[in-house]
Design a protein around this ligand. Structure first.
Ligand SMILES: *Cc1c(COP(=O)(O)O)cnc(C)c1O
Length: 370
């Protein structure tokens, strides 16, 4: 094999070098305006992002966790209620439910898509169930038609957790426009990332948008009038200005990630490594290129030895975390989430990977003998 390279799991300079001038101008514009919260940058980004998603409203907030939590609170979900969440997701999905006082109810994923298995949702619905969190994990939309049909039958809200899926599509429609409301994260490492924490709620429901905005602004609908016990979760002008610049590049950056993923899928031929599948009606934006391998830790060490940095999403399933030990869900009761936590490995994925870097990763994965 070629000389040893150093391949990061993720990196930002390829993106940021291309937009440095616009980002510098955004910083100067906000600095010179002397207006930092709730102004024209915020409004401009919200309008642009709603339009991008094909939805009517976007409300910026502090981060993705708050976006999801504010949606649930705005729908009146709280103590005594239950919300269906996939057993394989980032813990923020479940924490958003817990913060409202409601109970997250875990439903197992499909191994080949890693997303919630719609066939397993109905058996977990009770008369306390109020909503389904449809997580578009790793960048691939959940099976929305099946989820929406169940939601309609039981009169549940469908909340998209789109934190990993900016620009992903299901049957030609973008995430953010696939359920009742969607929560996005603009954490720096996401496909659309700010230079700090940020998030947004996207919806076609005018009443929900209005209530989310008030809840994230001290429950205030008008200055010093507090109609709800809200909190402080707003998108600031600086992050909004940066996000507007980056949004204009999102399709290009996603297309590049998709090309890299397609090359991984075409050229990784190691029978020890299971590659991610893309549903026929989905556009997967590969926030994460997730493979599975029975000897995952050995594969990770083998790649690390060659200078290739990988990650695990996620090494401990939520029901095994200390935060959820009070639920007393014993090990073995969510076997697919546990299986994924033991076998999933995320390969390097970032905008601007060179052919040399992609080939180096592919050759190394193919050289692994277990
Ligand atoms: C990142 C992420 C979140 C939370 O977003 P933050 O901005 O970090 O609060 C929620 N859900 C999923 C699936 C995520 O990946």
């Amino acid at each position: 094999m070629n000389e040893k390279m150093n391949i990061p799991f993720s990196e930002f300079t390829n993106m940021h070098n291309e937009i440095r001038e616009e980002m510098d101008a955004a910083y100067r514009r906000v600095m010179d305006s002397s207006w930092f919260i709730g102004g024209s940058e915020d409004t401009a980004f919200e309008e642009a992002f709603a339009a991008y998603c094909g939805a009517k409203y976007c409300v910026g907030c502090g981060n993705g966790l708050d976006a999801l939590m504010l949606i649930l609170k705005a729908y009146g979900i709280g103590r005594g209620d239950e919300v269906i969440v996939p057993s394989n997701t980032y813990i923020a999905t479940a924490l958003a439910v817990s913060y409202t006082g409601a109970m997250p109810i875990f439903v197992e994923p499909e191994l080949h898509t890693y997303n919630i298995d719609p066939k397993k949702i109905e058996e977990k619905i009770t008369d306390r169930t109020k909503a389904i969190m449809a997580v578009h994990l790793y960048g691939q939309p959940a099976k929305m038609d099946e989820i929406l049909a169940i939601a309609e039958k039981y009169r549940l809200k469908v909340v998209e957790d789109a934190a990993q899926a900016h620009g992903a599509e299901y049957k030609g429609k973008r995430t953010g426009n696939l359920g009742d409301a969607a929560g996005f994260s603009f954490y720096p490492g996401k496909n659309l990332g700010a230079l700090g924490d940020a998030g947004a709620v996207v919806t076609n429901d005018a009443h929900l948008a209005e209530k989310v905005r008030a809840l994230g602004n001290y429950g205030s609908d008008y200055k010093y009038h507090h109609i709800y016990m809200g909190n402080n979760s707003r998108l600031d002008e600086m992050q909004a200005a940066f996000l507007s610049v980056k949004l204009s590049q999102l399709d290009k950056w996603n297309a590049d990630r998709i090309r890299t993923a397609e090359q991984y899928t075409a050229e990784i031929t190691n029978p020890l490594v299971a590659k991610p599948t893309v549903m026929a009606d989905a556009k997967h934006v590969f926030h994460i290129y997730a493979v599975r391998c029975e000897k995952r830790d050995a594969l990770a060490a083998f790649l690390e030895e060659k200078g290739i940095h990988t990650n695990r999403h996620y090494p401990i399933p939520m029901h095994m975390q200390g935060a959820y030990s009070f639920l007393e869900i014993p090990e073995g009761s969510l076997p697919l989430a546990e299986e994924i936590s033991k076998t999933e490995l995320s390969l390097p994925m970032y905008y601007g990977m060179t052919q040399e870097e992609i080939r180096y990763v592919i050759d190394a994965v193919n050289a692994f003998e277990g």
